[in-house]
Design a protein around this ligand. Structure first.
Ligand code: SF4
Length: 380
């Protein structure tokens, strides 16, 4: 019996691919959106469950390429196939180059009550380097419109660690972010794969190398500045004003079950992690024949892996892992079970502990992966 509390809907369309993008998203396929919406509705009906859903998240891709009527029809499909809690959090990601005031009023009417705007940078040169389709002005107008449309739970995403971006450049970004006063801020370090155009720009010398030291300094600066302005650092990459933590992402981070709908969407239910096919045509074809899409991944999460993942996710949370809660959930004393690893990490200054909690230090937050791999099953 599943215990799904969250639904993620993937919208795999973008006007143009950004130069650093590693997400599953198709450009020049916007004409397929109506057929895709039908497929998503069909998948929702095939995965229908008698369970209460507390959070819905439209992610992408660019969900704001959907019309407000399309969002509304997807919300109806969710309500028809699940019990959507009255006070549920309904998030939509949006690209500032695709939204206006009328649109935001429409999506609010459709049920969206949390808007995430992919600002990425408050510097036009940086936006151009990243290959974004929008300008700083577009982002500022989008934020203003979101407030006027009474979207009162607003996140912005920013990326740091860009090629050639100095600490001062980043400080300008943070100052502008604080000025526009969002309720939630997500900060991501730029990471690149060899096939991405920005990687090639760096490799060929068009752009300077990314400096890990500068990125670390930028992260530290963000921690200081955001805390000073009333943002609580609650997850390694996320800050929120009190009461504005992202409930949907908390489901992921706390090991809760979720259902992913759409191309390449991941689900975690009944100790299994699955992923729908990333092939848009295949996805739509299966659903048009009333069949669930093929899975690119279907993995049983055994107890060892579940333990490791809950430690890694728990350490990503700034409050860390409550030792008693952990003992209660897994019937394991984490200090005994990971004794040697924890001592090494304490000596290295990457984690700290007291009687009730174990958590990352500031250095640990900067070098999270150095900590996390040590808890994977074959490393213990
Ligand atoms: S908007 Fe997001 S998903 Fe779309 S191409 Fe850019 S980074 Fe990728």
């Amino acid at each position: 019996m599943s215990d799904i509390k969250a639904i993620y809907i993937h919208v795999p369309f973008c006007r143009r691919r950004c130069k650093y993008c590693s997400f599953i998203s198709y450009q020049s396929r916007e004409g397929d959106i109506p057929a895709y919406i039908d497929a998503v509705k069909k998948e929702l009906s095939l995965r229908s469950e008698d369970t209460v859903i507390n959070t819905v998240y439209f992610g992408g891709g660019t969900p704001s390429l959907l019309t407000s009527e399309q969002i509304s029809s997807l919300m109806s499909a969710i309500k028809n196939n699940f019990h959507l809690a009255n006070d549920s959090e309904i998030t939509m990601e949006s690209n500032p180059g695709t939204i206006d005031f009328k649109y935001l009023c429409g999506v609010k009417m459709a049920g969206i009550n949390r808007l995430s705007i992919g600002v990425q940078s408050f510097n036009d040169e940086e936006l151009s380097m990243l290959g974004r389709i929008h300008t700083v002005k577009d982002a500022l107008v989008a934020i203003k419109y979101a407030r006027e449309a009474a979207l009162n739970n607003l996140n912005i995403d920013l990326i740091y660690g860009l090629p050639g971006q100095t600490i001062d450049d980043w400080k300008d970004n943070l100052v502008k972010a604080i000025e526009v006063n969002p309720d939630h801020i997500s900060l991501y370090a730029l990471t690149l794969e060899p096939e991405e155009p920005l990687f090639k720009d760096i490799e060929s010398g068009i752009l300077p190398e990314i400096s890990a030291d500068t990125a670390a300094g930028q992260y530290e600066l963000a921690e200081k500045l955001l805390e000073k302005h009333g943002y609580i650092h609650y997850e390694i990459s996320n800050w929120a004003k009190p009461g504005f933590e992202c409930l949907h992402n908390l489901v992921y981070w706390q090991g809760g079950e979720y259902l992913g709908i759409g191309v390449a969407a991941h689900s975690y239910t009944e100790k299994r992690r699955t992923a729908n096919t990333a092939d848009l045509d295949k996805y739509m074809s299966y659903l048009s024949h009333n069949s669930l899409p093929p899975q690119d991944n279907d993995e049983v999460i055994d107890p060892e892996l579940e333990l490791a993942e809950s430690i890694i996710l728990g350490l990503r949370m700034c409050n860390g892992i409550g030792l008693q809660d952990f003992q209660k959930r897994f019937n394991i004393d984490i200090m005994e079970r990971y004794n040697r690893r924890i001592d090494e990490l304490l000596d290295a200054g990457l984690i700290e502990k007291n009687k009730s909690v174990i958590k990352l230090t500031q250095s640990g937050r900067l070098l999270g992966n150095e900590v996390f791999w040590r808890f994977l099953p074959d490393k213990v």
